[in-house]
Design a protein around this ligand. Structure first.
Ligand code: PBG
Length: 312
């Protein structure tokens, strides 16, 4: 009877699995602050995507740990059609053509200063110059075979500019998932380790990411990105922002994704390791909470674990 009456349930198709890419051959680099998550070299990334596809996960999200010497003030490596992301897309399409590939549009894995955009000499992000680089970055990813481009930088006007460029270049089947309401959060630490930007980040991202105090602003951000032509919107982080997920879904009724971010993942892993709760139950309960709040899908480092748990 409980199953008959359940208002929400989890399915592997709810998940998008973030994967970190590193340079080199036959490499697995465990990420200390993200227990159980590793960076994989290009020659091993296809197998990870295949594993996800076999479990019914429809999409992976790719993030690079750009080699030190390729990080510059103006993030030129983001536009290199032979960069880690572009090579990873091809490797994944070769070994698991049925899985979708989502790529992050933002400059932080490529800048020497770790910010998502260009910065001026006092450290403020330069919105409009950044947008033109993001457009080029999205086009490079699209040409390499990305199915969804996901601007995570929080610059103003980038969705419209990316949409226009994709149309112009004949990429009308590529979707945009805008990180529409992305907060300046303390939960991103392990991710910044994973892409190697933590140590180099000067200052913080409060100049372009949202204040955790605000929810009306989240609705305005979502409205803008929709007006500019995004196909999906995203709220990030996840569990501490379930109210935002619910409000966005109620207000707009559009596909609303949520990112259970690295710090949230780490909290669950550390809590379980310390005996504070059952790991599998913590994973499934938190993911189900996103569905209850109205999320259409969840980016989660637990995607493969959760898909296995659901399959039983
Ligand atoms: C940056 C980006 C971040 C995440 C995804 N894209 C971090 C940040 O804004 O500093 C965070 C994801 C996570 O913590 O799991 N463009």
């Amino acid at each position: 009877m409980r199953a008959m009456l359940a208002e929400n349930r989890l399915h592997p198709s709810d998940f998008i699995w973030p994967l970190f890419i590193c340079d080199g051959r036959d490499c697995e680099e465990p990420i200390g602050s993200l227990p159980g998550v590793s960076r994989w070299s290009i020659d091993r990334i296809g197998a990870k995507a295949k594993e996800a596809a076999a479990l019914g996960i429809p999409c992976v999200a790719l993030f690079p740990n750009t080699p030190e010497n390729l990080r510059t003030e103006r993030a030129e490596e983001a536009l290199n059609s032979g960069n880690l992301i572009c090579r990873a897309i091809k490797a994944i399409k070769d070994s698991a053509p049925e899985i979708g590939v989502l790529t992050d549009v933002a400059l932080d894995p490529y800048t020497a200063h770790g910010h998502d955009g260009l910065i001026d000499n006092v450290g403020n992000v330069i919105n409009d110059d950044t947008v033109s680089i993001l457009v080029e970055q999205a086009l490079v990813q699209a040409a390499a075979g990305a199915d969804i481009v996901a601007p995570s930088d929080m610059m103003d006007g980038r969705v419209a500019a990316i949409r226009e460029a994709l149309e112009r270049e004949g990429h009308q089947n590529i979707a945009i998932m805008a990180y529409a309401a992305k907060y300046a959060s303390a939960f991103y630490g392990p991710f910044r380790d994973a892409v190697g930007s933590r140590g180099r980040l000067k200052g913080d991202k409060r100049g372009y990411q949202m204040d955790p105090a605000n929810i009306e602003e989240a609705l305005r951000e979502v409205e803008l990105d929709l007006a500019e032509g995004t196909d999906f919107v995203m709220v990030k982080p996840g569990l501490p922002y379930l109210d935002v997920v619910a409000r966005v879904k109620d207000a707009f009724g559009v596909p609303t994704f949520v990112y259970q971010v690295s710090g949230e993942y780490a909290m669950i892993e550390h809590a379980a390791a310390a005996g504070a709760g059952d790991r599998d139950a913590l994973i499934l309960e938190t993911l189900l909470a996103f569905k209850r709040a109205g999320a259409s899908g969840i980016l989660t480092y637990h995607a493969v674990d959760a898909a296995r748990l659901i399959a039983g």
